[in-house]
Each structure stands twice: as C-alpha cells, then as structure tokens.
Design a protein. Structure first.
Length: 253
C-alpha cells in the first residue's frame, strides 16, 4: 500500500503487520520534483514490497536506515542489488559502499535536503531524518504512530531516550518540525502533543517501576506482572526489555 504525504514524501507500507510492527513497516520515499529519490527503511526482504517501493522511487540515489532492527534492514543487500545505490546508517555494519551517517549531516540529492538527527534510546544507533522542506521528521521507531515504543535493553537506554525526546521537542519548538512520520503506524500531525505524551508516559512508567521495586519486586518480570498487569501478556517480553532499561536508569541515579 502506497500513499503520497506531500509532493516530496511518499510512504509504502510492507505487508508485515504484527504486535511490534503495527500495520507493517513504513518505507518512505523522499524526492524533490524531477530528482532522484532517497529511500528510507526498505524493511523486509519481500519481493512484492520492494517492487512497490521501487515503482514509487524510480531512480534511487541512496538508501537510509533509521536503525538496525530486521524489520527495517532485512532487505539491505537486495536493495543494493536492485538499485546499485549505496546504503547508509549510523552504524557501519549497516552501510554498503558508503560511510556511516553523522549527526547533523545533510544528505542532498537533486534539490532534496535530509538532515540526520541522532536520537539514541530505542536502540543505540537510532536516528531520525528531517525532510527540511516538508517540516517532516521521519522518526523510525523512536516515536510510533500508535501507542509507545520500547527501550530495547540492553542496546537501548532510557537516559539517552529521554534526551532524544528533548531534542525532537526542540526541533518542534523551533518550527523546523510540524509532523512526525513513524516507521510503524500513521503520520502524526500534532508533533508537539505527541512528544509531550511520550515524555509524560515514560516518566509515569518510571514512577510505577520505582513503586514496584519499593513494594518488593526484584526482577524485571516481577515489575512487569505488577505494572503491566492490564497489558496483553503477548507484549510482556517487550515490556521486560523496557523495564530492564528503567531499572538500569534508576540504579545509575
């Protein structure tokens, strides 16, 4: 399924829905009118999805990755094979024929400008990508279109995640970001409201974890059984990873 968000931003959603991927992985295609494209997060190595992405993308100049999780990177080598375009990410492991992306770097392609914003927390290598002319921030899994993301401990960490939310908030306050384009779920037009919700939710969860520990919880599982009792148990393994990150955060303070 493809959708045009603006004359410079389109999204193609992969057919890989699930508990963690929501409707599926959103692959974004960025392109200035008449120029080559930038593809972000091609997602699963699924021929039908890649066909749909390349139909929208046309001539691809570069492929960018917001972080390493397989539902974003699985197709990396197939995309290189099909397009001949280099692949770039924050981590060298997920680059092909190119150097890693640097915080603050601007990727320019035929009139399109995309700024790299380093936002660790969900994973250590997570980045967001600012499509400047659309005031749109591609958030990867740092912010989702529905619900909230996990802090994928031990790779992810809560302290950096809270800092990343502050950084996104500053971009919104400066007027550079008006909407958020997540890798899962719908585009979010109320960028400021979403970031406020995320920060409030995360701090409330932290207090709940603190209270559970004070009441005798020892392990992350103990905490999950108290704090996430009303949540679908199928989500508990992911919740445990976030709780581990919160426990580590509390131990460091």
């Amino acid at each position: 399924m493809s959708e045009s968000i603006s004359d410079r931003v389109s999204v193609v959603t992969a057919d890989n829905p699930g508990i963690m991927t929501l409707d599926g992985t959103n692959t974004y295609v960025l392109r200035a009118p008449g120029g080559r494209s930038v593809v972000v997060d091609p997602g699963p190595d699924d021929a039908a999805h890649l066909d749909a992405v390349l139909e929208v993308a046309g001539d691809v100049a570069v492929v960018l990755y917001t972080h390493w999780h397989p539902d974003h990177t699985e197709a990396i080598d197939e995309m290189v094979r099909r397009t001949g375009a280099p692949a770039r990410a924050q981590s060298a492991e997920w680059c092909r024929d190119a150097v890693p992306l640097a915080d603050g770097e601007v990727v320019e392609v035929d009139g399109l400008r995309v700024e790299v914003v380093y936002t660790p927390g969900h994973t250590a290598d997570s980045i967001c990508l600012l499509a400047e002319d659309d005031a749109a921030l591609l958030t990867g899994d740092t912010i989702l279109g529905r619900g909230t993301t996990i802090i994928a401990h031990p790779d992810g960490a809560l302290g950096p995640y809270l800092d990343s939310l502050d950084r996104i908030g500053a971009l919104i306050d400066s007027g550079r970001v008006a909407r958020l384009c997540p890798a899962h779920g719908p585009v979010l037009p109320d960028a400021a409201g979403v970031v406020d919700f995320y920060r409030t939710h995360r701090l409330e969860r932290l207090e709940q974890v603190r209270a559970a520990v004070a009441a005798g919880a020892v392990t992350a599982r103990d905490v999950v059984e108290q704090v996430y009792a009303a949540v679908d148990p199928s989500l508990w393994p992911a919740a445990e990873r976030s709780v581990e990150a919160q426990l580590e955060y509390l131990r460091e303070r």
